[in-house]
Design a protein around this ligand. Structure first.
Ligand SMILES: *[C@@H]1O[C@H](CO)[C@@H](O)[C@H](O)[C@H]1NC(C)=O
Ligand SMILES: *[C@@H]1O[C@H](CO)[C@@H](O)[C@H](O)[C@H]1NC(C)=O
Length: 422
């Protein structure tokens, strides 16, 4: 609790000192990244802004000149000492990781460097201090063994959720440095959905076609808001996880609003406004049970956000090692995120990886039991039966753990175990 207090104080302090508080700058980066990803992805999206921020934070700690400037500019870091802003995050996250009983949250970063290069003492030291992470040496020339080594590390950091993240083919003779970050989150809803209330319903995809999906239903008292901007209306709903440390925020455009139009207008300022203006209300919620899984190549998105230098030979990573041959080969992130009646489970890994979705026990609901279970007089209806955005945020820091959109709940994956059970 002391650390949370410390964090809040620092947040206020940095806010008064700087033009914008850290939380806002972090959200600005999340929005930039989201919009960059949207340019090349038409369907479901999921990624971890926080994981990316911390990974890039580690790199900039050892970068100099243009390589460092580009990252600091894109992450909107202030002119404080290189790792200071992250050390605040670090102490916060180590404080919450002690509260394991309410949820599981692991955030781990590592840089894997080709054996034979010497890592500077100072870098090892500050990385440990600010990011609690180590730089590890592997022999990328022995691609298979190094893939296994890194995969094993990721698997151990994500509760076995992300397996076989790398394969031998991911590394080539020029692989020198790989950024790996693993984020794992599993939480139960503060107020669970009742499985018996889940019904098959139509979800209208972006192209107008309907798909049948399992729709969870509940009448909840929670933070809710109805917003409008530039001739478009949308609803925002917050569903807290047990412990109130994390929440899922869902942004649902009105049915006549194209989600892509709405996305273009999202700003960090707007997001913070939702957080502060939502009010406790009684809401009848219909939310699909869904899974989103995605492997993203961040290189392209980061390029479009002006982070280019670290990907090319001759870049200055001399804070890490003296060799001019070292540059970042890839920044891939693979996230698996699931929402069900109990809560959600998410695992991320930056690098190149694949995820094994763990089956959840789903109690069966017979088709003939499709009785309307909610017969409330609630004024607010939140029916997520068309594309929506979502954010998983850490409440005390307002850091965005995950961000994405659902344009089509993944019916392919659900077929076997989910749809059959309805
Ligand atoms: C659901 O979608 C199907 C296919 O488009 C349509 O035939 C059906 O009428 C829809 N059902 C409802 C309840 O809207
Ligand atoms: C990237 O750099 C260009 C040229 O310096 C600038 O015009 C543009 O606004 C920058 N983009 C971002 C996202 O910072």
């Amino acid at each position: 609790m002391d650390k949370i207090l410390l964090w809040s104080l620092l947040l206020i302090f940095s806010g008064s000192q700087a033009s914008r508080p850290l939380a806002q700058r972090n959200i600005e980066f999340a929005v930039d990244l989201y919009q960059a990803i949207c340019l090349s992805h038409k369907n479901n999206i999921i990624f971890s802004p926080l994981g990316t921020t911390l990974g890039l934070g580690m790199v900039q700690l050892g970068a100099k000149g243009k390589a460092q400037q580009q990252i600091r500019q894109t992450l909107k870091l202030q002119e404080t000492s290189a790792g200071e802003e992250f050390s605040v995050l670090k102490s916060f996250f180590s404080a919450i990781s002690e509260k394991k009983q309410e949820f599981t949250f692991n955030l781990a970063n590592a840089l894997y460097l080709q054996e034979g290069f010497t890592v500077k003492e100072q870098y090892l030291h500050s990385n440990k201090e600010f990011f609690q992470s180590a730089i590890k040496l592997v022999d990328f020339q022995d691609a298979k063994t190094s893939a296994e080594t890194i995969s094993t590390w990721v698997e151990s950091k994500t509760d076995g959720k992300i397996k076989d993240m790398f394969s031998g083919e991911d590394f080539g003779p020029l692989t020198r440095l790989i950024l790996v970050n693993a984020v794992y989150f599993k939480g139960d809803w503060k107020q669970k959905f009742t499985k018996e209330n889940t019904q098959l319903m139509n979800f209208t995809k972006k192209d107008g076609a309907a798909v049948k999906i399992p729709m969870m239903k509940a009448l909840v008292r929670t933070k809710y808001g109805y917003f409008s901007g530039s001739s478009m209306n949308y609803q925002v709903l917050e569903l807290p996880y047990k412990g109130d440390e994390f929440s899922l925020i869902i942004v649902l455009p009105a049915e006549d609003v194209n989600i892509e139009e709405m996305e273009k207008q999202i700003t960090a300022h707007q997001i913070l406004k939702w957080f502060s203006e939502m009010q406790e209300e009684e809401v009848e919620v219909s939310l699909p049970r869904f899974q989103v899984e995605q492997k993203l190549d961040f290189k392209e998105a980061l390029y479009s956000l002006n982070i280019t230098e670290i990907f090319s030979g001759g870049c200055d990573l001399s804070g890490i090692t003296d060799s001019a041959e070292v540059f970042i080969s890839q920044v891939m992130q693979h996230v698996f995120f699931e929402i069900n009646e109990d809560g959600s489970e998410a695992a991320t890994s930056a690098g190149v990886c694949s995820v094994d979705a763990q089956g959840q026990k789903i109690s069966s609901v017979h088709p003939s039991m499709h009785i309307p279970v909610i017969m409330s007089l609630a004024q607010n209806q939140f029916i997520a039966n068309h594309p929506f955005l979502f954010i998983v945020k850490n409440n005390p820091t307002e850091s965005i753990l995950f961000m994405g959109r659902v344009t089509n709940p993944d019916t392919q994956k659900m077929k076997g175990r989910d749809l059959d059970s309805l």
